[in-house]
Design a protein around this ligand. Structure first.
Ligand SMILES: *Cc1c(COP(=O)(O)O)cnc(C)c1O
Length: 491
């Protein structure tokens, strides 16, 4: 039989940015199964047959592979290059974890399957909860939240359930320092609380006087990002916890970037009542493009009964989902959360012990400080002190020569680097937030520093080159407002 694998007729040269539907030619196939050459009516009852053929691209296998390979190459990705996106922790995601989480026993599980048939998955979830308890010191964990921000919402609603159970109904405020991640005030607002912002002190940490003034019997929760968004660790965190508790409020920590703390400190020991972690940042699950993620929330013993249910328990030799949590706030997500993401986190926690986590955190901190120190004099840290896992840099305004941080970000693309997070945190003008992560080598950091220095010199000698960047990309500068407000999604 003549096979039609990759039949190419003479065609005008296909341009790289054609859509698959434009490359399509009637009758062209990737793979042909002889048994499927009979008309569909041989298998499907007449009433279910389509009247018109679906508008699907008809391509050879080769064309299809090239199409998707090209699309994948249009995307700058962590598997391709250095990605120092501050606050987002784009670090190495072991491919072995991907393989393990793709095991059929996990992927083919039905969420309504009887417990007796999914003991393996429940066992993994149970041990993941236990391992998270171990590294953080909390009494309980829920694995339900699908992202960091949903973890925050879970934490705030857990706090509300706690206050409600104590008939403490007048607490309507959530205090958020200006160095918090942006999702913190958004979460508090979404949960119906009034957000009370407090400024930071000149050293980049919480202004304790401002905190004391803001605290009252109306305060439900104080949310603190650790390390905070300028990459600094709150040095008086225990004292802050005491102040919060004295006011009858709960103390929430945003632990999205726990990779800078794991093995160094257990947040429960610092007096935190609740904390979420980002498995997709701190525990080596890949992320980007909006998901999927997992934002497990840990709770101290007095708040644990209010966490979402069910939680996995081990009883009489069996793993079981406990729905018996009368004080629970209920459910936060369909079924049990993004289990495939949790599975990667589980692998990560199983692979290492506390001393390795300490080393990982120390390397994250060392790498950030290496970049901070190496760029000093050209790009300076806004708060000139040792940072944690990320550093916030900017150029002295007088040396900017009309260039903006967004131009520097675009110029980096010409040199093959993804830009750091820019214009965040909001309290630092023209901010560039660099997070090298623990998984980058010294050679890579040196290459990044060299490129940053080169761009600094360009700003001094040929600023227009930087302002017109990128010069190497297929799309240079788009009208970002129109792209967001009036997207044209048709070809
Ligand atoms: C990323 C991040 C979040 C939000 O996490 P998502 O999973 O993106 O919702 C919250 N807080 C901090 C400090 C973060 O870095």
């Amino acid at each position: 039989m003549p096979m039609r694998w990759g039949v190419f007729k003479m065609e005008p040269i296909l341009t790289h940015n054609q859509l698959s539907i434009e490359k399509s030619r009637p009758g062209r196939r990737g793979v042909r199964f002889e048994w499927a050459q009979k008309p569909a009516s041989a298998y499907v009852p007449q009433e279910y047959l389509r009247k018109t053929a679906p508008k699907l691209p008809e391509l050879s296998e080769f064309e299809t592979v090239r199409h998707f390979t090209r699309l994948s190459e249009l995307n700058y990705c962590l598997d391709g290059e250095f990605y120092p996106l501050g606050s987002c922790t784009m670090k190495y995601n072991p491919k072995a974890y991907d393989a393990l989480s793709a095991l059929e026993g996990f992927t083919q599980m039905h969420p309504f399957a009887p417990e007796s048939s999914v003991q393996g998955t429940l066992e993994m979830m149970y041990h993941f909860q236990e391992l998270l308890k171990q590294v953080t010191g909390f009494a309980a964990f829920t694995l339900q939240p699908a992202a960091g921000a949903q973890g925050e919402l879970t934490g705030i609603l857990t706090a509300r359930a706690y206050h409600d159970a104590h008939k403490d109904f007048n607490r309507t405020e959530v205090i958020v320092p200006d160095t918090a991640h942006g999702t913190n005030p958004a979460t508090a607002h979404m949960a119906g609380y009034t957000v009370v912002n407090i400024p930071s002190a000149p050293d980049g940490c919480v202004d304790k006087e401002a905190l004391q003034k803001a605290l009252s019997d109306k305060t439900a929760v104080v949310m603190l990002t650790v390390p905070n968004t300028v990459g600094l660790f709150e040095k008086d965190i225990r004292e802050i916890a005491q102040m919060v508790h004295k006011a009858g409020a709960l103390f929430y920590l945003d632990g999205a970037n726990f990779n800078a703390l794991a093995g160094l400190v257990k947040p429960a020991d610092l007096g935190a009542d609740l904390m979420h972690l980002n498995v997709h940042k701190s525990f080596a699950a890949p992320h980007g493009g909006g998901g999927p993620g997992a934002g497990p929330v840990g709770a101290a013993a007095h708040v644990a009964p209010f966490l979402p249910k069910p939680i996995v328990e081990y009883k009489n030799g069996k793993y079981t989902l406990s729905g018996k949590m009368p004080k629970s706030l209920g459910k936060m997500k369909a079924f049990y959360g993004n289990i495939a993401v949790c599975l990667r986190g589980y692998c990560y926690l199983r692979q290492f012990d506390d001393s390795t986590f300490k080393e990982i955190a120390e390397n994250a901190i060392l790498n950030a400080n290496y970049v901070r120190a190496a760029l000093k004099g050209k790009f300076n840290a806004f708060f000139d002190r040792t940072c944690m896992h990320e550093c916030v840099l900017s150029i002295r305004p007088a040396e900017m020569n009309g260039v903006h941080t967004s131009d520097i970000a675009k110029r980096l693309l010409d040199y093959g680097f993804y830009a750091p997070t820019i214009y965040f945190p909001l309290i630092v003008p023209e901010a560039m937030m660099v997070e090298p992560t623990e998984t980058e080598s010294k050679q890579m950091l040196d290459a990044f520093v060299a490129v940053m220095e080169k761009i600094y010199d360009e700003i001094q000698t040929e600023p227009q080159t930087v302002k017109d960047a990128p010069h190497s990309q297929c799309v240079a500068r788009i009208d970002e407002v129109s792209a967001a407000r009036e997207p044209n999604l048709r070809w």
